[in-house]
Design a protein around this ligand. Structure first.
Ligand SMILES: [Zn+2]
Length: 299
């Protein structure tokens, strides 16, 4: 049964941008080359309908996403030029997270080799994010698969402000965000549980903070599904983040999160999110490492 979701369309180019969408294709290439996955393990993203978009986004933003007609102000808010190719790609990423959730609900684990657009708001894009795939997939699982409670575990180095805003006051979705306190977004939202960390936090302190907070939150909330944002921008040397995890720390983190879900029989859907290195191949290696670690935890 398939476990990994990918499309070559994930990598619409953004020339000169710090966000290098080619990292998704490069990460996928690493997994195939190293035989961590075979063609039989790979599924294509689900198709995103207007109804899916409207479950999270306003009619005006949904219209823009479907027509591809954005203003200069829309691009400025998202901090990237939103071309038709870019929005097509972001819709594919969202479909990938929906598909990963379906795979998780069917077989325990689903991994999107992309996704994680946690800054996207109901009515606008922000921070390189246009469609909040995490929120969209969580709501679809609730409405169409009868999942009563969803936990979104966001370990990207940036706070999951868009997701927190979407689910403010919604007790059926628990938003957990552990992030660096002194970087984007400047104005933080209130997640169900925020764990802010100081600049320079290393692997040992990071993993301690995670062990202290996440299992307790999970056991109290008892989700029927976990959607995990495995941001790699927590690693030392990231162009946008200021934490100091090593690649081995990142793998320890993935082993821990995957183990929590596996031991509790909670379906786990993984998305990739941030990871900004000078060479896209560097970010791709970190993402591929995260995916390989989660796959191993489920073997
Ligand atoms: Zn990030």
């Amino acid at each position: 049964m398939a476990v990994l979701v990918f499309s070559p369309g994930y990598s619409a180019p953004l020339p000169g941008h710090v966000f290098r969408p080619d990292k998704f294709r490069l990460a996928f290439d690493v997994l195939i080359r190293e035989k961590s996955v075979t063609a039989a393990d790979v599924a294509a993203p689900a198709k995103i309908s207007k109804k899916d978009l409207l479950s999270v986004h306003t009619p005006a933003w949904t219209r823009k996403c479907l027509s591809g007609r954005f203003t200069a102000a829309d691009s400025a808010a998202a901090e990237m030029k939103i071309t038709k190719a870019v929005i097509r790609s972001h819709l594919l990423h969202a479909g990938g997270t929906v598909k990963a959730v379906q795979l998780a609900l069917d077989g325990g684990l689903g991994i999107n080799c992309g996704g994680g657009s946690h800054h996207a708001r109901a009515d606008r894009g922000a921070g390189f994010c246009l469609v909040n795939d995490l929120a969209l997939a969580a709501l679809k699982a609730r409405k169409e698969a009868g999942v009563k409670k969803v936990m979104i575990v966001d370990l990207d180095v940036h706070q999951g402000d868009g997701t927190a805003a979407v689910f403010r006051g919604d007790r059926s979705v628990f938003t957990f965000s552990m992030h660096q306190a002194d970087i984007y977004p400047e104005k933080k939202e209130k997640s169900s549980l925020d764990v802010p960390l100081p600049r320079g936090t290393g692997g040992a302190a990071y993993l301690r903070a995670l062990r202290r907070t996440l299992p307790k939150a999970m056991d109290r909330f008892k989700p029927g599904l976990v959607i995990y944002l495995a941001g790699a921008d927590v690693c030392r040397g990231d162009l946008l983040g200021g934490l100091a995890l090593s690649p081995a720390d990142l793998r320890r983190r993935e082993t821990f999160v995957a183990g929590l879900c596996r031991d509790r029989n909670i379906p786990l859907a993984v998305t990739l999110g941030g990871g900004y290195r000078k060479a896209a191949a560097g970010a791709a290696r970190l993402h591929a490492g995260s995916i390989k670690t989660v796959l191993k935890a489920y073997k």
